[in-house]
Design a protein around this ligand. Structure first.
Ligand code: ATP
Ligand code: MG
Ligand code: MG
Ligand code: MG
Length: 564
């Protein structure tokens, strides 16, 4: 493309409400235009980037075997009444009536629409599994639309929905989607982490989020630097999933373990790589240890509490003075033995139990982050503890946890039968029995990703696009396009790069000076510029790397090879 033919309205003006670099630069570089709160138009460069990201998502989804469909942006309110979400979604769901008084909503997500699509069309287990996806506009009447494309009201999401005959098959597809998502974010050139998450209003049990690491992210993540463990702070502090209580007689079967005293437990655990409370509990339950002690911490807010727990991980509790413990923002407490088999003792602080505080657990010597919501500890019994320890932190190697900020760029859920039951969507299983579908749902914030790329890749001059997301890879800057020899040389390089398959734009504007063109290059953030100017007489050009702003002189004959 030629700059002279493109609509790229760059400006020095920063919108008043734009606090994030992505918001400022995407507006200033002429990618997007705000028309209302949380509503944006995409100008040509913005549309190219959006489509590039969309294409990567589509390719990876197609590779996974999912089918592309398209649901109406408007769905009948009756669907939402059937699922119970007409009210449960709250004011984010924008409802309206047509001239006949029929209720409709602007789709914020499409579980209801997809159940409606497959209901009575897939009737047998033989036609399962199936995964349907779309990349289409969503509307959520967000309470605080802000940060540009990061939290819009109208935005582009890839949403997909899978249907299964069994839970096991749902779990299989969930893993396929996790891998698919990892491929997407890797291809986009993003530094990201997969974390355990809460399911929120969408519902379901297992859920994972894909977090693009950036200081401006709205989410706090608890991450292990040494292994794959990661959780959104809400999930790290969530209530344990309630499971069916274990049979009493099963509990009785647990025999007195080898370790009979807390000292022996401590000795055992010292040699063990797991230090988290959940791991301790797991050891206690499955390896039949005798005593486990839980401690609790209280901080000024959730993050403080979490930090405090982590800080305490370094303390040998036995050796720590109360002052040291307090310095780490800790208020330790033991107390009340709860309903456990005789050979496992757990101490609960009765006073703290009243408050919604974070719980930390440790054996006698190691005090470590555990991440359990204290409210869930009320009436805690053995089965709850099994559920607690089966949470995610067992899956951690025991490394010292870190806290990072992240942008939620995707979220995958194991929904189970929540929607199929509510909407009476069933199939016949291999025994001829009617069953509700097991469902999964999977979202990627396509337009949010446009902003996320820039949050992770920018400097004080502007955007720095990654290879897969850049609107053009190379910007051939003709220093003075009024000089025929410069324009001709530029055009030759431009054509050669295009022929070599490199997405290229040529800044052939006659009315703009070199400095202005360079400023646009830096603000827009194409990965490379080829400057055709002074060096032309010597048969060479300058190649500028946007990331490092380093310049190299390259002979004209070499420039295509240099850039491919
Ligand atoms: P958030 O916690 O940021 O409000 P969410 O958990 O409500 O997001 P999901 O329902 O999980 O969002 O939707 C799937 C994906 O859609 C999210 O992971 C996110 O990338 C994207 N998304 C959600 N809300 C918005 C929004 N208001 N603007 C842009 N993208 C969004
Ligand atoms: Mg939300
Ligand atoms: Mg969320
Ligand atoms: Mg989410």
């Amino acid at each position: 493309m030629k700059f002279s033919q493109m609509f790229i309205p760059t400006t020095k003006e920063t919108p008043n409400d734009a606090t994030l670099p992505s918001h400022q630069f995407l507006v200033r570089a002429g990618f997007i235009l705000q028309t209302g709160a949380g509503i944006y138009d995409y100008m040509p460069l913005g549309k190219i980037v959006l489509d590039k990201i969309r294409a990567v998502v589509k390719e990876e989804m197609d590779k996974s075997g999912a089918n592309e469909v398209q649901f109406g942006f408007v769905t009948p309110l009756s669907f939402w009444e059937e699922s119970g979400r007409a009210t449960a979604m709250g004011p984010e769901l924008l409802k309206f009536k047509d001239r006949k008084g029929m209720g409709f909503v602007l789709s914020p997500t499409n579980e209801e629409a997809v159940v409606n699509m497959i209901k009575n069309r897939i009737t047998s287990y033989k036609d399962l599994p199936i995964n349907l996806y779309q990349i289409y506009t969503k509307f959520r009447d967000e309470a605080r639309p802000r940060f540009g494309l990061m939290r819009g009201r109208e935005f582009l999401m890839k949403d997909s929905y899978s249907f299964h005959a069994t839970k096991e098959d749902l779990v299989r597809e969930f893993h396929v989607m996790e891998e698919t998502y990892k491929n997407v974010y890797t291809r986009l050139g993003l530094d990201f982490r997969v974390v355990s998450a809460d399911s929120g209003a969408i519902g379901g049990s297992g859920s994972k989020e894909f977090m693009v690491l950036a200081n401006s992210g709205e989410d706090t993540l608890v991450i292990c630097p040494n292994c794959e463990y990661g959780a959104n702070i809400e999930a790290a502090t969530r209530k344990p999933v309630k499971k069916e209580p274990l049979e009493t007689k099963e509990l009785q079967k647990i025999e007195t373990p080898n370790c009979k005293t807390i000292a022996e437990v401590s000795e055992f655990l010292k040699a063990d790589p797991f230090y988290s409370m959940k791991a301790v509990m797991k050891k206690a339950v499955y390896e039949e240890l005798s005593e486990v002690v839980l401690f609790f911490v209280r901080g000024t807010d959730e993050l403080e509490e979490t930090k405090a727990c982590n800080a305490a991980g370094a303390l040998e509790l036995e050796d720590a003075s109360e002052e040291e413990v307090r310095a780490a923002n800790l208020v330790p407490g033991y107390c009340g033995i709860i309903n456990l088999p005789e050979n496992i003792k757990v101490f609960v602080d009765e006073e703290l139990k009243e408050e919604n505080n974070l719980v930390c657990g440790a054996n006698e010597e190691n005090f470590h982050y555990a991440g359990v919501d204290l409210t869930s500890m009320q009436n805690l019994n053995f089965a709850d503890l099994v559920a607690v320890q089966e949470g995610d932190i067992c899956s951690c190697c025991g490394g010292k946890l870190e806290y990072k900020k992240g942008i939620e760029a995707g979220h995958i859920f194991q929904l189970g039968t929540k929607y199929s039951e509510a909407m009476d969507a069933k199939f016949l299983d291999s025994n001829g029995k009617s069953q509700p579908f097991e469902m999964g749902c999977y979202g990627i914030g396509v337009s949010r990703l446009v902003a996320a790329v820039i949050e992770q890749n920018h400097d004080e001059k502007g955007c720095i696009w990654t290879k897969e997301t850049a609107p053009f890879i190379v910007d051939v800057i003709v220093s003075n396009a009024k000089k025929d020899e410069e324009l001709e040389a530029g055009m030759k390089i431009y054509e050669a790069l295009k022929n070599a398959g490199v997405d290229t734009i040529i800044d052939d504007r006659k009315q703009q000076r070199f400095g202005f063109k360079m400023g646009d290059f830096e603000l827009i953030g194409f990965p490379y510029a080829v400057v055709v100017g002074k060096k032309l007489k010597e048969g060479s050009v300058e190649v500028v790397d946007r990331k490092t702003l380093e310049k190299v002189e390259i002979s004209i004959d070499e420039v295509v090879n240099y850039l491919i």
